[in-house]
Design a protein around this ligand. Structure first.
Ligand code: H2U
Ligand code: ZN
Length: 355
């Protein structure tokens, strides 16, 4: 049965086809005939690594001044502060407009924080030690708990933008947390799909999907006892990945101490492979999807992380979601299977360490 699934998916991968993302219900057009394999040629120009351990002009380095004259402490491991330019404010008054369902708006309460992963300006997730990365995981969990327990907060999104092309304002290792009153659309969509699957099939969508991926083996990149990193069958970005917990649980506050270490381990190994792909700091947007903090039980939710990297063929050639993608549906040339094969084949020793 499994062999025949692999045979059928391989046959389909020989010509243009659409793949369904069961988490969102959206489709992706795959056009493998345009290029069977990723091209990994060297390029002359590429972003260089940050080499300063301390940058006097960085607003995230210890002891430096931020916007509004706040000064960072001489922090030694992780550091969190309220974003000086928050997208959401806690004291927003309730307001609503609904003009015939055509001009519709609602005020939104929330708050935004910035989390520094390390005092070192030049380090990145793959270059932190497992112990340092474990402290980052602990900080995520602590922030999820603290913000999620606020009465007006129904969703906590922990996300990292890395690299200037993804809009990161600073190479200093950091991420953001936005906590707000409304469950964001992307999360709501995934929640509805997981709910619908649970009602229809009686089990968890991502538990079942993970079992299929483990049986097929074609899109797995790396794994440990707690987590599996896979290029999803429906990947939209060339080297998109999904990090799935093996155990079924809904949010990071349910991670065991051992799973916190295992999460740090899988993220370090995955991002090391990313950096090694083009021997350059690999840009991405990543974030954790987990259940809302709305006081309801959410047995349908399966904790996971998405990595959405824009690079395609080299450190400077990126995939743009324009034209057909913008007006019709996402499309890709290299198959998720060849992207996974490529990432799987890379070393877990960071290129800067092996130079
Ligand atoms: P990004 O690199 O993902 O943009 O995150 C950095 C955040 O840091 C950004 O949201 C905030 C910006 O608003 N920031 C401060 O809070 N204080 C500053 O002094 C500069 C930037
Ligand atoms: Zn810095």
């Amino acid at each position: 049965m499994r062999t025949s699934l692999i045979t059928r998916t391989r046959e389909l991968a020989g010509f243009p086809h659409r793949r369904l993302n069961p988490l969102t219900g959206r489709w992706i057009l795959v056009s493998p005939q345009r290029t069977q394999r990723p091209w990994l040629g060297k390029v002359a120009e590429r972003p260089t690594e940050t080499t300063l351990a301390y940058d006097p002009s960085c607003y995230l380095c210890p002891g430096n001044v931020r916007a509004g004259n706040a000064r960072n402490p001489q922090y030694l491991s992780t550091f969190v502060f309220d974003n000086d330019y928050p997208a959401l404010l806690p004291d927003t008054p309730p307001r609503e407009i609904d003009e015939s369902g055509l001009i519709v708006a609602r005020s939104e309460q929330g708050l935004c924080r910035v989390l520094c992963f390390s005092p070192r300006h030049d380090l990145t997730v793959p270059r932190l030690t497992p112990a340092e990365l474990r402290l980052v995981v602990d900080l995520w969990v602590e922030q999820f708990r603290t913000l999620g327990s606020m009465s007006f907060v129904n969703y906590v999104l922990v996300f990292e933008n890395r690299g200037a092309i993804m809009g990161a304002s600073n190479p200093h290792p950091h991420c953001q947390v936005w906590a707000n009153a409304t469950v964001p659309d992307e999360v709501r969509t995934e929640q509805n799909s997981q709910l619908e699957y649970r009602e229809r099939v009686g089990s968890c969508l991502l538990c079942d999907y993970l079992q299929l991926e483990l049986q097929m083996g074609e899109r797995i990149i790396c794994e440990n006892e707690g987590f599996v990193a896979v290029v999803p069958y429906w990947a939209m970005w060339p080297f998109e990945t999904l990090v799935l917990s093996r155990r079924h649980f809904g949010a990071m506050d349910q991670l065991t101490a051992q799973e916190c270490d295992l999460l740090a381990d899988i993220l370090k190994r995955l991002t090391t492979r990313y950096d090694n792909l083009f021997e350059t700091p690999f840009p991405y947007s990543m974030g954790f999807h987990q259940h809302p903090t709305d006081g309801q039980s959410h047995p349908e939710w399966h904790f996971h992380a998405h990595y959405h990297p824009p690079l395609l063929r080299s450190a400077t050639v990126q995939k743009f979601m324009v034209g057909y993608e913008m007006l019709a549906m996402p499309q890709r040339d290299i198959t998720p299977e060849s992207a996974a094969e490529c990432l799987r084949g890379l070393s877990e020793v960071h290129y800067l360490q092996s130079r």
